[in-house]
Design a protein around this ligand. Sequence first.
Ligand SMILES: [Zn+2]
Length: 65
Amino acid sequence: MEPERDDNSPRMDAKPSAQADGRACRWCGERFPEGELHEEADLGPLCGRCIDVIRSRGENLTLKD
Ligand SMILES: [Zn+2]
């Protein structure tokens, strides 16, 4: 049993430390400059590519910007 591990739920596994520039997309984990990510109400910051993928699955996204 590994109680720390939960592969299904997106969570901030990258702790904000030295890498203060940019933010990580919650979906793909890639870092993008602030402004290239879009804040989704439930999922958090997502990059445009992931937004396209999620939308293509027929899921609704609530973007804050
Ligand atoms: Zn992404």
